[in-house]
Design a protein around this ligand. Structure first.
Ligand code: SF4
Length: 345
């Protein structure tokens, strides 16, 4: 006889947990207590939920589990970044990268196993899409990082810039955003959560209508449609202008800006003319620009940009009045570009 599979309670909202305990004949507030234990106190064993009776703890443990992704391997970079390869229940692997920073650390999490977008400069893009992550698997990454002691500080910003296109997994991503940002749970302000898209215009417009709107980052990477369509096939469907129109209509309160990510690929998109065209495209948008010098990967056929061209690119954008940052290739020694660790396996 096989033991019936226990249902994982990670990923359930407070309302869902209240309903679940009521179906067990318990008062609804027990669900609120369980919710608080999981997300606010990071208690992941029923037997340690001291505000529940011993009999309820036993009943819960018999029917349910609190399962997070498990650590498959990790690499620590000299700059303090920690790249974790996590294993899911079905054996699929995802990546999660912890990046220590001066003011507040960042955890970069995945939203899919693989990715259907197929950007030519990205290791994950070569995998194709294997499957969407569930809300439990998305929220399970920061819960794992905070509860496992793998990262030195449990308070961090969240960026969905790991494996996958978050807006292709909209419902699960938004449920995870609500769980992460709920003041009664993990309490990570929606201003500290960033969803990064390769340019899914319909998704950007849908995101703009959500009750909780996280920060938006757009992976732009080119200043003209021909180059962008070569680098990011999604651009054949949604051209740069359509994408920027959706960005112009994205709701932002006074001090919030849209982050535009631009991976500089040597000889492809890193010329001074590219920088000037980019400035013209973004004129009038509340934009912050993050430049990333491409992380070398011998399998992808691009070259690292020359430091002088990277510097000039940045200066041109700054001269045009844009807040422009050159992101250090954090964890370059541990293969920090997305998909590289999972592909190595
Ligand atoms: S860069 Fe992002 S959207 Fe493009 S293939 Fe990689 S994971 Fe997918």
């Amino acid at each position: 006889m096989t033991t019936p599979k226990r249902t994982n309670l990670i990923g359930l909202s407070e309302a869902e947990l209240m309903e679940l305990v009521q179906e067990m004949g318990e008062p609804g507030y027990r669900g609120r207590q369980i919710y608080h234990s999981i997300y606010a106190r990071k208690i992941l064993e029923f037997s340690r939920m001291s505000d529940l009776s011993a009999s309820l703890q036993r009943e819960l443990a018999g029917k349910f589990c609190l399962a997070l992704p498990s650590l498959c391997s990790q690499r620590r970079s000299a700059d303090g970044a920690v790249k974790m390869l996590l294993s899911l229940e079905d054996g699929q692997k995802i990546e999660c990268v912890y990046i220590p920073e001066a003011r507040r650390d960042t955890l970069c999490i995945s939203s899919q196993v693989g990715c259907a977008v197929g950007c030519t400069f990205c290791a994950t893009g070569t995998m194709g899409l294997r499957r969407n992550l569930t809300a439990a698997e998305i929220v399970g990454q920061p819960l794992f990082a905070a509860a496992s002691g793998m990262v030195p500080r449990p308070a961090f910003n969240i960026v969905m810039m790991g494996m996958g296109e978050p807006l292709h997994n909209f419902d699960a991503v938004m449920k995870a955003v609500r769980l992460l940002s709920d003041p009664a749970g993990m309490a990570i302000s929606h201003r500290k959560i960033t969803v990064s898209t390769s340019g899914v215009v319909s998704g950007v417009r849908k995101l703009a209508r959500q009750p909780v709107v996280p920060n938006l980052a757009v992976s732009l990477n080119a200043s003209d449609d021909r180059t962008r369509s070569e680098l990011m096939p999604l651009n054949r469907k949604w051209k740069i202008e359509a994408l920027l129109d959706a960005c112009r209509e994205f709701p932002l309160d006074s001090r919030r800006r849209i982050t535009f990510e631009y991976v500089l690929l040597g000889g492809v998109n890193d010329s001074p003319e590219d920088a000037r065209r980019l400035a013209r495209l973004l004129r009038g948008l509340p934009a912050k620009i993050n430049l990333i010098a491409w992380n070398f990967n011998p399998d992808l056929g691009f070259v690292v940009p020359e430091p002088g061209r990277v510097q000039r690119f940045k200066e041109i954008l700054q001269e045009k009045g844009f807040s422009t940052f050159l992101r250090k290739p954090r964890g370059a020694d541990i293969y920090a570009a997305c998909g590289q660790l999972a592909l190595q396996r």
